[in-house]
Ligand binder design. Sequence first.
Ligand code: HEC
Length: 122
Amino acid sequence: MIHSLSRLGAFTAIAFAFAAPAAFAQSDDELLELGREVFLEHAEPACGLCHTLADAETEGGIGPILDDLQPSTDQVRLAVTLGVGPMQPYTELSEEEIEALAFYVATVTGGTISEKDAEAAE
Ligand code: HEC
């Protein structure tokens, strides 16, 4: 009995290991490139309209300067999916675009990359 249970556990662990990164099977560089495109082009209105971000060469002055804020991937994802203050939620962006955007902004500003996002970028 104990034997079969532990085998089930091992199977579940393996299934998870394969399932998680498969959704975003991209290299770091590809994810960063997509994230920069989302920041500059896909997001409507563009993030740079309101935010300064050195890497994207934007100088918006309505929202916080992202280089100073150094938001974590989780912080970017929350702000973009739920909105914050005058910033509207971005309902048109795909999960993949938001993932790339969060990874990009956190990486170029030195914000914290959550474990889950680090795995997705492998
Ligand atoms: C219309 C202007 C505007 C646009 C466009 C905009 N933002 Fe913002 N953003 C703001 C303002 C203002 C705040 C501060 C809100 C507050 O703290 O009440 C903010 C806050 C944030 C924060 C910090 C959230 C926190 O946890 O404090 C992040 C990260 C962020 N924006 C990222 C983005 C990204 C990425 C985009 C593009 C997808 C974007 N913003 C587009 C105005 C904007």
